[in-house]
Design a protein around this ligand. Structure first.
Ligand SMILES: Cc1cc2nc3c(=O)[nH]c(=O)nc-3n(C[C@H](O)[C@H](O)[C@H](O)COP(=O)(O)O)c2cc1C
Length: 346
């Protein structure tokens, strides 16, 4: 049970789950690590040079272990008709916000190889990945630098697959979790196993430490996943209200008003299933034909970036898990300590 704290030499088995996008910053990651947990930087949307810069900032703020997370590259098709259709669907929202009409960008995502090299060269203590299979070679390359590698699974089959590749631990993401599903095998619904069912079944199937995530937002959730066989508990949504988290006031207000029944799984913002608070955008685009991930993600970025400062939460991707109403504004260290109170030490 103590395997994660022992693996990393940290005080509490409490993890800041990777939060890619506007929540990703050095002060939040460092605050969690300084408080005795493990902060993980969600670096998936960062350019390689920015990844190196933020890792250096984290090192300037803490001497404790921390992690970095990337999305595994996915294969996708560029279908012009779908792109044009999607652009036409979001154009009225641009007009409503006074933005120039949507443009199709030159590139839809960062170069994964270069992102990965930036992380590898930085020799970080923990690397976590989601959306699939990083490949044996990359896992071994990280491990040879002393890095612990965690893969994300949303069902037992995925955990077995990752274990066979040689990861050091499994990040078990239950269906309650906020933002993108990490699933990479089977259908959407097959990857929607709840945390209560997922954690013990992965713990039984795989001889590796399990980090539980999805719906954990206070000491009770931590105690529950410890009882289920987890070696650590990770929270994402609970840390979105941390004082160090730089999300927009509109997003913060929506989170504070959010209730358990108000999240939905949507593909509308990015082309990939993700959980967030329902809003006008998720409702109006619920049935829209979408280009493959990550194309919609790049196409909706200008809208999302403008909507935050404009206070227009109806155009924001309000990523949140089902325990959103348990999240409370506080310094990150207090959130770590409140969560850690749920972990029973022998
Ligand atoms: C705003 C937000 C951004 C996220 N970004 C990432 C990411 O970049 N990479 C990743 O592996 N998981 C990401 N996740 C998922 C979390 O790492 C984690 O699985 C989830 O937050 C746990 O469930 P909870 O939100 O109920 O605590 C994100 C979650 C949120 C809420």
């Amino acid at each position: 049970m103590k395997r994660i704290t022992r693996m990393l030499g940290i005080e509490f088995p409490i993890v800041l789950a990777p939060l890619g996008g506007e929540a990703a910053c050095a002060p939040l990651v460092a605050a969690v690590s300084n408080a005795g947990g493990l902060g993980i930087l969600g670096a998936a949307y960062m350019a390689p040079a920015r990844i190196s810069e933020v890792i250096a900032q984290i090192r300037g703020l803490t001497s404790k272990p921390f992690g970095v997370n990337l999305f595994c590259p996915l294969t996708w098709q560029r279908e012009s008709a779908r792109i044009d259709e999607f652009v036409a669907r979001i154009a009225p929202y641009h007009a409503e916000l006074g933005l120039a009409p949507p443009q199709v960008p030159e590139k839809f995502e960062e170069d994964f190889d270069a992102q990965f090299d930036a992380v590898l060269q930085a020799e970080v203590p923990v690397f976590s990945f989601t959306f699939g299979d990083l490949g044996r070679e990359r896992i071994a390359a990280l491990q040879s630098e002393g890095c612990k590698v965690w893969g994300t699974a949303t069902q037992v089959r995925e955990a077995l697959h990752l274990a066979a590749l040689g990861v050091d631990a499994i990040f078990a993401q239950g269906a309650e979790a906020g933002a993108h599903r990490g699933s990479f095998l089977g259908t959407r619904d097959e990857g929607l196993v709840g945390t209560l069912a997922l954690v013990p079944q992965i713990a039984d199937a795989v001889p590796l430490p399990v980090i539980a995530a999805g719906g954990i937002a206070d000491a009770r959730g931590v105690r529950a996943v410890q009882a289920l066989g987890a070696s650590a508990a990770a929270a994402g949504t609970a840390f979105l209200l941390a004082a160090e988290c730089p999300i927009s006031a509109a997003y913060r207000a929506a989170l504070q008003a959010g209730r358990d029944h108000e999240t939905v799984l949507t593909r509308a913002f990015s082309g990939r299933w993700a959980r967030g608070l329902a809003n006008r955008f998720t409702r109006e685009l619920a049935d829209a034909p979408l280009p493959d991930f990550p194309i919609p993600n790049a196409l909706t970025r200008p809208l999302r970036q403008a909507a935050g400062p404009a206070g227009r939460a109806e155009f924001l991707s309000l990523w949140a898990g089902q325990a959103v109403a348990l999240a409370k504004p506080a310094p990150a260290a207090d959130i770590v300590h409140a969560l850690a109170r749920g972990w029973q030490t022998d």
